[in-house]
Design a protein around this ligand. Sequence first.
Ligand code: AR6
Length: 174
Amino acid sequence: MTSKDKIELLKGDITKIKTDAIVNAANSSLMGGGGVDGAIHCAGGPAILEACRKIVAKQGGCKTGEAVITTGGNLPAKFVIHTVGPVWNGSKYDEENKLANCYKNSLRLAINNHCKTIAFPNISTGIYHFPKKDAAQIAIETVVDFLAQTDEIEKVIFVCFDDENYGLYEKLIQ
Ligand code: AR6
């Protein structure tokens, strides 16, 4: 099985996905927000925010490109991995590497917590305005490279909410 065979593409709402972990495009406060972050906290219930509060008390939030893990609360997924994507600033602040780090650190955290299946949203392509085509390329390349180096992850699902992202991923994954 090549690493590409472990990748799936779906269109829809990540809060409905039953994987070991789903990834949240959070912000460094970990205190919730709009977009996919809002949807995850809303569907998962207060246990997720409570777990985030404990992490903040311990380590003071989450830096861009890093990731933390909490319960999935009421979600079908067991865990939520919260990662903080970069705000797009015209490539001035190494945003491409920071976005790649979100995918790598989320996958590492998934393995450390014995997760075999994981679903990603299109991190940074909403409120943070990362150009969608570049973000899709970085996401796919980073995940394919990562999967080539481990047998621990069985399936990675890219969940696209909007048609534009879905179309871009479809072309790149073919
Ligand atoms: N399921 C899957 N994808 C979704 C969903 C959903 N339910 N809802 C939106 N998306 P965004 P960012 C897609 O803005 O750009 C929050 O306020 C959406 O179409 O959620 O990383 C955080 O607290 C887009 O493609 O995240 C941060 O402050 C993708 O998710 C900030 O937004 C990411 O869009 C993070 O901004």
